[in-house]
Design a protein around this ligand. Sequence first.
Ligand SMILES: [Zn+2]
Length: 384
Amino acid sequence: MFAYCRHCVMPSTKPDLSFDAEGVCDACRSAELKNQIDWDSRRKEFEELVAQYRGKNPNNYDCIVPVSGGKDSTYQVYVLKEIYKMNPLLVCFEATNRTPLGVKNLNNIKQMLGGSDLIEFRKNPEAYKKMCLEGFRRVGDGEWPNHVGIFTVPVRLAVALKIPLIIWGENSQLEYGGPKAARMKNVLNRRWLEEFGGLLGHRVEDMLKVEGISQKDLISYIYPSDEELDAVGIQGAFLGYYFKWDARAQLEPIIKNGFSVKEDGPVEGTYTNYENLDDNLVAVHDYLKFTKFGFGRTTDHVSIDIRNGRMTREEGVKLVQQYDGKYPKKGAAEFIEFFGITKEEFDRVIDSFTDKSLFELEADGSLKRDADGNLIKKYQNYAV
Ligand SMILES: [Zn+2]
């Protein structure tokens, strides 16, 4: 049966999200749990961790920080450099179609706090585009190779450059809900990647032979073997395990250090202006989440703001009604141009990944749309 969480606004159609007897979702319960965590002792754990690596090898970096230039990675670099005096190597997997604001923030991240070395991995754009399109058509996710590459490339470079420590950002299962065991984890490893890292039940090898993609095109998307990882002693840690993650609280120090938000209004698909700034195509990815599961990025953001005590549920519902799941006009136009497909195919693929039980239909069974081309959600009643 369809239901919304009685505390936040997350629907029961979100994969891996469970509700308890009181109708509260596990992400909200996680948030309560976060308040019970002894963050002081977690911080000490982190201090002990970084102390093992800081300055140990003067001829190498202390750790790798995977970055996009976005809010989270700017905060990771801030914490590591400013507070823990680490010497990180920043590793960036090139965005699909980076916006000027994304370029500005990536430049900022390598210049802030005295500057850092940064490796930007520029992927083979032809193979990448093929995989994006295949991901779009096959699993309804045009950012599929990006979700993989942002996890594999930093680990591959850590192995190659013999830098054992990798500091990731948030643990998305803790922030957004997911299986209990995964929520309390502090490490990112192959199992985590395969289960949650955006592979959507597919293996990288499934891309073989698609439009002529061969093994050599997939090299950077392959996670290193256990032998390779063990040889360097790779350890990946989530900063969100050691420090209470609160996006809005993190904005202040990073804006002071040059991070730019979107000044001319919210990002398409939500009401915030500080996340997903580097790539407008993310709006398409978020819209597909809406058509598959009936909730979009606004629901994510509202739910986090409610859990962090920054918004009432009532205010959140209003924002969801205003912003969530609108047809992403800007993102769609950019997607169509970037990948060279027709709008007809674009819409047909999206419709094929639309759960018709969640939306209003016309008499002939086709999806009903309002005057702006938006789908109409069936379940509009958020009352608890
Ligand atoms: Zn909830």
